[in-house]
Design a protein around this ligand. Structure first.
Ligand SMILES: [Zn+2]
Length: 100
């Protein structure tokens, strides 16, 4: 059974083990004061977090892929023995890395 977090207006935070189908308490079992169930730390947040992670990960992959393409242009210039072009191209790529 999950543990739910509650906030009591008199005694503050407490935890209560309940069935997932059980209704939320609105009364503190300790003092009888007004109690409020807090949003679970476990369920929604983790799900949302993994969604963000996936998005970030894809963005990073796209950036790396684009930068690799740029680096290939650098390397081609170097293979052609064109040092001046290599330096120019490499500087452009460095600028793109900084902007990425
Ligand atoms: Zn209380």
């Amino acid at each position: 059974m999950p543990i739910y977090d509650y906030k009591c207006e008199n005694c503050g935070h407490f935890e209560k083990i309940q069935k997932i189908t059980a209704p939320a308490l609105n009364e503190c079992p300790t003092c009888g004061g007004k109690a409020e169930r807090l949003i679970s730390k476990n369920v929604g947040v983790v799900f949302k977090g993994s969604g963000f992670y996936k998005t970030d990960n894809n963005t990073v992959k796209d950036r790396v892929r684009n930068l690799n393409k740029e680096r290939q242009v650098d390397n081609q210039a170097l293979l052609d023995g064109d040092t001046k072009s290599f330096v120019e191209q490499s500087e452009k790529t460095t600028q793109k890395v900084l902007e990425a």
